[in-house]
Design a binder for this molecule. Sequence first.
Ligand code: NAP
Length: 494
Amino acid sequence: MSAANKISNNKATPDVEVAIIGTGFAGLGMAIRLKQEGQDSFVLLERAAEVGGTWRDNHYPGAACDVPSHLYSFSFAPNPDWSRKYPTQPELYRYLRKVANDYGLYPHIRFNSTLEDATYDEANGLWRVVTSSGEVTARSLVMGSGGLAEPKLPDIPGVETFQGKTFHSSRWDHDYDLTGKRVAVIGTGASAIQLVPEIAKKAGRLDVYQRTPNWIIPRNDRAYLAAEKTLFRKLPLTRQLHRAAIYWGHESRVMGLVLNPKLMTLFQKLAEWHIRRQVKDKAMRDIVTPDYTIGCKRILISNDWYPALQQPNVELVTHGIREIRANSIVTADGTEREIDVLVFATGFYATENPIADRVHGRDGDTLAHAWRDGEEAYLGTLVNGFPNLYFIIGPNTGLGHTSMIFMIETQVDYIARLLALRNKAGGKVLEVRPEVQARYNEKLQARLGSSIWATGCDSWYKHKSGKITALWPGFTFEFRLRARRFNQQDYLID
Ligand code: NAP
């Protein structure tokens, strides 16, 4: 029986006004806003047994955020006590659980509820949502399920035949002791550069498989002094100024990423200097130096990646992987390296997210089908053909330069305003006009065409068609201004 057929509840009045998928920053932010608007008729559907989203799932050794803590947190729920400039995973996870508790969200959450199907019921103007723990009907459905939530395994011949222990970076098994083991890590992205230095301290041997090197700049991290925390607590204005300084410092990077890629030269010089300073061997320097302009792929920050690669028990392997066998990896040059553990630091389904197969809009069309040529939405939030469906961190809202929490708060505010607009108009259904969505995306893609992300590198920012579907091509304040500027004519309200 298909998930859609499992729906037995055919009533025309929804169980709740709003169903929210996920309890990361996006889902929690939406729920808090609904409460603030006096809307208590909502449910959060969470596949795990705790809140936290990506910061609950990504607890691999060394997991931390590369956006400063005072900016990578809700503006309305500040924490003067962040311990460091860059927050670690445990601290962020604690923060999110505290926020959920402080705002009384736990009673609204249905844990262990994986989304199996969401189907729009046109006759009644509501969403029928089936989860692993039961069904719920809602007038509106908010997808806060995250852009980087579904782990991606590499499509390498023989990967399924491996007999040893496997981990994905976002599904770490801390009960498994890596001490003295022969470990292979596939991938050299943001997750790998954090976990490799930690594993290198324990593993007997560590092979790191690099397909493409990344540009890496120094990580200027430090602990906040007790005096700074006291100041932030007693004089909130100092914390606000600190946050604003971080925001504008990061925002200035847009000049190079979008307006004029040549402006990224300074960053590239810094990254080249970082390699020269930390890597003494010329051959090794060549291997870790990318051949694309900095910024085309996400710029990484680390002080311990290059030193880790030069440890005596670590080998950086740059030959392509030909095959994975029961207990080994064979590279294109014919070398076979035996291993006990295989770590996939191979990223996520940022595009072609499998969740899109489970969402059916008007006429039963899936989101995956609507997005077959690349994901697109209006302001990353609305998709024509999917009435009363709202995305947070939807298509083209990702960032290469600053905090996603700013975008999340912007979208939460936008959704709250749309819900109010629909209610004020006395309607049950809101949908973006198709021509508005088309025009918006045409302009967006034109801007992306001259951005640094289109300068000739492969990245998870792109759909397989080559279209850049993950990133917002501009300043984040511009996105906020656009989302606030309201034109009622852009929407169909019924
Ligand atoms: P990622 O950036 O997509 O990196 C995946 C890595 O796996 C790349 O090095 C990729 O090589 C490699 N790979 C994939 N398939 C492969 C294959 N078949 N054979 C060989 N290599 C393969 O994934 P991630 O490191 O998990 O990071 C994803 C995103 O999560 C980041 O960009 C960031 O937005 C976020 N993140 C943030 C933090 C942080 O704040 N510090 C930490 C972790 C993650 P290619 O480059 O050649 O494709």
